[in-house]
Design a protein around this ligand. Structure first.
Ligand SMILES: NC(=O)c1ccc[n+]([C@@H]2O[C@H](COP(=O)([O-])OP(=O)(O)OC[C@H]3O[C@@H](n4cnc5c(N)ncnc54)[C@H](OP(=O)(O)O)[C@@H]3O)[C@@H](O)[C@H]2O)c1
Length: 289
């Protein structure tokens, strides 16, 4: 079974739409601002697709584009202005940031009440103690995909490849909670893990988030396991007009033969991340209304 992330994301957006209409009627149109520093082509694509998704369901969206050589204090001042705008309920600072800006400073400058990515240390702490203000977008997208495709992680052994602050760590924090959608037994693997394939073969649910094209091979997957591919990697493809295509961290064609369910790239976790971001923005606007 190929899990259709786009269809599930569309379903979530359709559920959000009436909530947005109700907020607009009350004069509290949800607003999301994405800050883009520099000209990273992948970041530009992500930010634009987030803005387009906002428009689809009636969320007001803005993109604040700043030059590559923006200094840290300038960015922090811009974030401060957005924190104090009552028509802005969600603020995203697109990563990666240029070298002269410390990511942790930018993340901590966003008001925790508008931190719809759930990157602020206070929100990460709330997530860890089981009282989340916002669910982190990509991990929540993975959780929602599992639940809505009939693959409740409760009681399952989930192996996560990758321990980044954006995907691996918050996903582990989400799935170990004693809540609906949680209650999993979680193992997190990384570049220091010994016998990685031995561990991945014990997974009922395997989540790959390492940023290495086709890293997960069929012999690393237990027959019948559910495989969620978070990776987005651009690889050369002379057959394409653009000369490149997007692939995940999983060797999809081989792994689909052994897995009971698998997400494609594109069309798997990517659209879910955006849907969860919209959900958080609507939640932030509802809280402020
Ligand atoms: N679908 C979406 O919406 C979405 C959202 C975010 C990210 N992504 C994609 O997901 C992937 C991961 O993103 P990220 O931000 O989490 O990446 P990241 O910050 O680069 O982290 C990668 C993690 O993978 C681990 N790793 C790398 N190579 C490994 C190997 N050979 N064996 C074991 N572990 C290895 C690293 O281990 P160490 O910690 O030991 O270095 C690190 O923990 C990327 O392709 C990214 O584009 C997709």
């Amino acid at each position: 079974m190929v899990i259709d992330g786009k269809a599930i994301a569309d379903q979530i957006k359709a559920e959000l739409k009436p909530q947005v209409v109700a907020l607009v009627d009350r004069g509290a149109t949800p607003g999301l601002v994405a800050i883009l520093v520099g000209e990273n082509p992948a970041s530009q694509v992500y930010v634009r697709s987030k803005a387009k998704a906002c428009e689809e369901i009636g969320i007001h969206s803005e993109i604040l584009e700043l030059p590559e050589d923006t200094q840290e204090e300038t960015l922090l001042a811009e974030i401060g202005k957005l924190n104090s705008r009552s028509d802005v309920h969600g603020i995203l600072v697109q990563q990666p940031l240029p070298r002269q800006i410390r990511t942790e400073k930018a993340v901590a400058a966003v008001s925790p009440l508008k931190d719809v990515d759930c990157f602020h240390p206070v929100n990460v702490g709330l997530l860890l103690i089981g009282a989340p203000r916002f669910a982190p977008a990509t991990p929540a997208g993975v959780q929602e995909l599992l639940m809505r495709s009939g693959n409740d992680p409760a009681g399952k052994h989930v192996v996560i490849l990758g321990r980044s602050n954006i995907v691996g760590k918050p996903l582990a924090a989400l799935l170990i909670q004693k809540t609906r959608g949680g209650n999993a037994t979680v193992t997190v693997c990384h570049s220091g893990t010994n016998n990685l394939a031995g561990i991945t073969r014990t997974a009922d649910i395997l989540v790959a988030a390492i940023g290495q094209p086709h890293f997960v091979r069929a012999d690393m997957v237990r027959p019948g396991a559910v495989v969620i591919d978070v990776g987005i990697n651009r690889v050369p493809d002379p057959a394409r007009k653009s000369g490149a295509r997007l692939v995940g961290d999983v060797d999809f064609d081989a792994v689909r033969e052994v897995a009971s369910a698998i997400t494609p790239v594109p069309g798997g976790v990517g659209p879910m991340t955006i849907a969860m971001l919209l959900k958080n923005t609507v939640q932030a606007a509802s809280g402020a209304a």
